[in-house]
Design a protein around this ligand. Structure first.
Ligand SMILES: C[S@@+](CC[C@H](N)C(=O)[O-])C[C@H]1O[C@@H](n2cnc3c(N)ncnc32)[C@H](O)[C@@H]1O
Length: 262
């Protein structure tokens, strides 16, 4: 399953977050909310193109490891000034115990097949009392459009041989993050729900954005006919159900500030 994530994010890495600064905006919001202290040793887990890494570095923090399972992402992370970009699997970290004061994981746990393994690994590489900052998709003032999109995704996923197991089989069903984290000795100390509302050129740009990150897995897994129908259905739902008819990207996130118990 980790290979599926690596292949998927390799395919989207070149254009990732370039047309619309979605991850960039949320990354900055998360870093500002957590406000890691100067001198902190920071790990950005599942760093993608470095939205969080850049926001951390801009605070003058110099010891940043940015890791991802996608070689194409890591290639782009490694060229960021002062960043130690590494190929790694969040579920089996090749990093020493207690090496970090703060670990960020932006929109990563919710796409892992076994987030509980990542939670244990984060607990191991954090020093006692260290902080994990997590973001996962959350509610927004989208008029129910994301739910509608989820229904369309579920319908087309059912058309695949093997259903959801054929592709990115995310842990999006996990709603009790507190419980998953607690089993690894990680305690949620604060939760914050926020959203972004970003301009788009129109519904086609909305579709292109949807297909520019993890959501692309289903598009790529479908046959040609289903793929065209999937696109048409999403465009129709943007026209009929989206509060801005697809001309704005409205999406929410839940942020968790978590501490490793001593
Ligand atoms: C939705 S993106 C978020 C990227 C970044 N955190 C951000 O906020 O822009 C998820 C990232 O997690 C990476 N990823 C997926 N599975 C992973 C794993 N098992 N270990 C490490 N990274 C993983 C993907 O390659 C991708 O870059």
């Amino acid at each position: 399953m980790s290979e599926i994530n690596a292949d998927l994010f390799d395919r989207v890495a070149a254009g990732y977050d370039e047309a619309v600064p979605f991850f960039e905006t949320f990354g900055r919001l998360l870093v500002d909310w957590v406000a890691p202290p100067a001198g902190a040793r920071v790990l950005d887990l599942g760093a993608g193109r470095g939205a969080i890494t850049r926001a951390v570095a801009e605070r003058g923090i110099e010891r940043v490891v940015a890791g991802d399972i996608s070689p194409e992402m890591v290639e782009r992370l490694a060229v960021l000034p002062g960043v130690d970009g590494r190929l790694l699997d969040a579920q089996a970290l090749d990093l020493p115990d207690g090496a970090f004061d703060v670990v960020f994981a932006g929109f990563v746990f919710s796409i892992l097949p076994q987030p509980e393994l990542a939670a244990s690994e984060v607990a191991r590489v954090l020093r006692p009392g260290g902080t994990l900052a997590l973001s996962v998709p959350g509610p927004s003032t989208d008029g129910g459009w994301w739910e509608r999109y989820g229904e369309i995704v579920a319908e087309f996923t059912d058309r695949l041989d093997g259903g959801a197991a054929a592709g990115l089989d995310p842990a999006e069903a996990v709603t009790e993050w507190d419980a998953v984290l607690a089993r690894a000795g990680l305690v949620v100390v604060d939760v914050h729900t926020t959203e972004v509302d970003l301009p788009l050129d129109g519904p086609d740009a909305h579709w292109e954005w949807l297909m520019s990150h993890g959501n692309r897995w289903l598009h790529d897994a479908l046959g040609e006919t289903d793929r065209a129908e999937f696109r048409n259905r999403v465009l129709r739902s943007l026209d009929e159900d989206h509060p801005a008819r697809g001309t704005r990207l409205i999406a929410g996130a839940d942020f968790f500030r978590i501490e490793r118990a001593d």
